[in-house]
Design a protein around this ligand. Structure first.
Ligand code: ADP
Ligand code: MG
Length: 617
């Protein structure tokens, strides 16, 4: 069209589209899920705005918050339309092509290393999956604040936008017209679409209908030839009156099959969280997780918690621990507040950007909160400050930590179980429990929690896992450590460094090993920070064995040695290294090494010095 304005896709988006178009990925079905998910998001947005402005929905069909799917077999077009918020011209330009989201390059990179296209929605670029099945796409959209526009692209690096003067007015919302590739003809089959919508959209909170064909019995006038024959025969032998009588007895019509079209509802909108947990099957929770988290990997969530909170603030919630950490969980930790909880008020979706619901360190959880105790008709900003949110947050944290504890209790990493060590099983068939997966994926979050959340520090510390001088390459917990403590041992011993291999050779632990004390190895950079916050656990103090203050029980000999070497230590301290050390002491912590440099109790450990240096460089 001559009036169309042309635009080029942002470079990363263009690369992404190339990858999708040339992909040999066999599961092309996912495009439908992504487009329905976008339609549902758009409906959520308009519904939210309508809470404070009733007028915004308009009247009649416009006010129906729904998704409709139509097939045009002849022209090979599949259309999906919603009565959501719609897009202005500017929205179309930005959202569908010129502004690359943070996930775009991450996803491109992943795909180049043969990643799973199924994960596209999690990277925030789900729309482009439409080019798995299309060679040409039109997006017709009408936003309340603008005229109706058409966005169109053949995925050849460019798209065009025109004011829509030829299609039927949409009222409000968006219609995606997918011109299917020849090999994607199956998406013109009603049964295929019905199956897909059922599979992918069970938990979409808006009605989805298909313009579906239906065979119906219709009465049509009986065949003319037949009736005229009969008429002829009757005319010759009957009076006018009897002719009429006869005609009434004989059927004037007959039944034939005819194809008609009507909207067929494909999903029943059900809010799983409103049901009693005992009525929801595991399968349903798993499916709900996939829809909620836009995580369509084959993996199931590690755990979930579905509960009702009563009292001053009432709410229902479902929380999930995902099977895997998202690609950018820690990358954006300090500059993003994005929580993954969806907030509903009385069944109406409000926002998934409420960072007031969970502390940062629990941002890896997915889930949903629906409260009747929050006001519906206030702005997001007002809601954000509502006092009930604090109560909700407190309860959510408790429930989340309980849920994680349950994974550890019910499905521990059995390879850490020392009691079973002597039994028949070889290392190979030892069971890696779900908690091992949890720890690998989200252990860092637990550590960050210990640093940030003083109130729940002890609960979080229970969830810590680490290796020790006695753990034989396996992970163990503080409770297990304590159960193995020697009688008379007061402190929990640990050492920090870059690797277990390095620490095992450390002179700091020689004597402890010999005396059969267990020492924890902390080898993650974050552990140094962690141990500045974790002072004690179950009334036991933590003692860094490379720091001053290590007590291994005194002997009479200690005092004697101290006396006899007094002059040497004094001389050493004064003359040799005066500016570099605080003190020189006789120690009983060594076995084979003649001397070590120890950090003062409140100073940085050598490992911390190393970390700080690497950060300033
Ligand atoms: P995401 O849904 O994760 O944001 P997508 O690539 O699926 O990423 O969609 C990109 C953007 O395009 C959306 O964020 C939204 O702003 C816009 N969009 C897509 N489909 C629709 C729609 N049906 N109605 C309104 N806006 C839409
Ligand atoms: Mg999307």
């Amino acid at each position: 069209r001559s009036s169309a304005e042309k635009f080029e896709f942002q470079a990363e988006v263009s690369r992404l589209m190339d990858i999708i178009i040339n992909s040999l990925y066999s599961n092309k079905d996912i495009f439908l899920r992504e487009l329905i998910s976008n339609a549902s998001d758009a409906l959520d947005k308009i519904r939210f705005l309508s809470l404070t402005d009733k007028e915004i929905l308009g009247e009649g069909d416009n006010a129906k918050l729904e998704i409709q799917i139509k097939l045009d077999k002849e022209n090979k077009i599949l259309s999906i339309r919603d009565r959501g918020i719609g897009m202005t011209k500017e929205d179309l330009i930005k959202n569908l092509g010129t502004i690359a989201k943070s996930g775009t390059s991450a996803f491109v990179e992943k795909m180049q290393k043969s990643g799973d296209l199924n994960l596209i929605g999690q990277f925030g670029v789900g729309f482009y999956s439409v080019y798995l099945v299309a060679d040409y796409v039109e997006v017709i959209s009408k936003h309340n604040d603008d005229k109706q526009y058409v966005w169109e692209s053949k995925a050849d690096g460019a798209f065009a936008i025109s004011e829509d003067t030829w299609n039927e007015p949409l009222g409000r919302g968006t219609e995606i017209r997918i011109h299917l590739r020849d090999e994607a003809g199956e998406y013109l089959e009603e049964f295929k679409l019905k199956e897909l919508v059922k599979r992918y959209s069970e938990f979409i909170n808006f009605p989805i209908s298909l313009w579906a064909s239906k065979e119906v019995d219709v009465e049509v006038p009986a065949d003319e030839d037949e009736s005229s024959e009969e008429d002829d025969s009757s005319k010759t032998s009957s009076e006018e009156e009897s002719e009429d009588e006869d005609a009434e007895k004989k059927p004037k019509t007959k039944t034939v099959k005819e194809t008609t079209y009507e909207w067929e509802l494909l999903n029943d909108v059900k809010a799983i969280w409103l049901r009693s947990p005992k009525d929801v099957t595991e399968e349903e929770y798993n499916k709900f997780y996939h829809t909620l988290a836009k995580d369509f990997s084959e993996e199931k969530p590690l755990s979930w918690s579905h509960f009702t909170a009563e009292g001053d603030v009432e709410f229902k919630a479902v929380l999930f621990v995902p099977p895997k950490a998202p690609h950018d969980l820690y990358e954006s930790y300090y500059n993003s507040n994005k929580s993954n909880l969806k907030l509903y008020v009385r069944r109406v979706f409000i926002s998934d950007e409420f960072d007031e619901l969970l502390p940062k360190y629990l941002n890896f959880l997915k889930g949903l909160v629906d409260s009747d105790s929050l006001p519906l008709n206030v702005s997001r900003e007002m809601l954000q400050q509502h006092s009930s949110l604090k109560t909700i947050k407190k309860k959510l944290i408790r429930k989340a930590l309980d849920m994680i504890r349950r994974i550890a209790d019910e499905d521990p990493d059995e390879s850490t179980n020392k009691d079973k060590k002597d039994e028949v099983s070889s290392d190979d068939d030892e069971k890696k429990g779900k908690y091992a997966t949890f720890w690998k994926e989200f252990g860092k979050s637990i550590k960050l929690g210990i640093i940030e959340d003083a109130t729940n520090r002890n609960r979080l510390a229970k969830l810590l896992r680490f290796e020790t001088t006695k753990s034989e390459g396996k992970f163990t917990s503080l409770d297990q450590y304590i159960s193995r403590m020697k009688s008379g041992q007061k402190d929990i011993f640990y050492i920090t460094g870059t690797s277990k291999e390095q620490l095992e050779k450390s002179p700091f632990i020689e004597q402890l090993k010999k005396k059969n004390y267990e020492v924890i190895f902390f080898t993650d950079p974050v552990d140094e920070y962690l141990m500045q916050y974790l002072m004690d656990y179950e009334d036991k103090k933590f003692q860094n064995v490379s720091k001053e203050g290590l007590k291994l029980g005194k002997s009479a000999k200690d005092k004697e040695l101290k006396e006899s070497f007094k002059d040497l230590t004094k001389w050493w301290k004064k003359s040799l290294v005066r500016d570099n050390v605080d003190d020189v002491k006789i120690s009983n912590r060594l076995e084979n090494t003649p001397c070590v440099v120890v950090t003062s109790k409140f100073g940085w450990s050598a490992n911390m010095e190393r970390i700080m240096q690497s950060q300033t460089l």
